[in-house]
Design a binder for this molecule. Structure first.
Ligand code: GLN
Length: 192
């Protein structure tokens, strides 16, 4: 089987760290800045960064509807930190959640925490949070995969996974492996 092709939204933020993680896992990465670069992707990552800046880039490049279409066709999507915010009801409205920006407070600019994520084997993840959001509201189709202090920080709704932390920066491969696994199970389902 050829390597899966994973797009990384590259308008702003830490997209290069995601590309390095994808390379480590044997996937091919494509930087996405305009709608045509969404064609033929097996999955898409929305990275961390600044959701305000990404929102301007999405508007400038007319990416909103193409991104929503990609999600609607069942392509696996991963949003990390600002990427989670981009997926919420107030932004791209791809995921039926509401995120609160910088939710952990100004003092907690950045911190690490260890916790289990549902569906991820191999024990606790070491999660790195940087001015991270948490989820304040979520619809009935959304499953919570992990919480910190009672607040959801990892969720899944069908083909979309969103997390508040940065596995691409802490060297934790299992979230990206989950995304690659979603590509494989989609292929199997399509061919049956
Ligand atoms: N605080 C940023 C925002 O609101 C997210 C931070 C991050 O992605 N690490 O967009």
């Amino acid at each position: 089987m050829s390597a899966p092709l994973v797009g990384v939204l590259a308008l702003q933020g830490d997209f290069e760290a995601h590309e390095r993680m994808l390379a480590r896992l044997g996937a091919e990465a494509r930087e996405v800045r305009v709608p045509a670069q969404l064609d033929g992707l097996d999955a898409l990552i929305l990275p961390g960064g600044e959701s305000t800046v990404m929102t301007l880039g999405v508007a400038r490049e007319s990416l909103r509807e193409p991104l929503r279409e990609l999600a609607a066709t069942g392509t696996p999507i991963l949003g990390t930190c600002a990427g989670l915010i981009m997926l919420d009801r107030d932004h791209l409205d791809i995921l039926d959640v509401l995120a609160r920006r910088n939710a952990f407070g100004r003092q907690l600019h950045s911190f690490e925490s260890d916790f289990e994520v549902e569906g991820i084997a191999g024990g606790a993840l070491r999660a790195l949070f940087i001015r991270a959001p948490w989820i304040t509201e979520l619809g009935p189709a959304v499953s919570v995969l992990a919480e910190v202090d009672g607040h959801p920080v990892a969720v899944r709704e069908g083909n979309v996974v969103a997390i508040s932390f940065h596995p691409e920066l802490s060297g934790e491969p299992r979230i990206h492996e989950l995304l690659l696994g979603m590509i494989r199970s989609r292929g199997t389902a399509n061919h049956n």
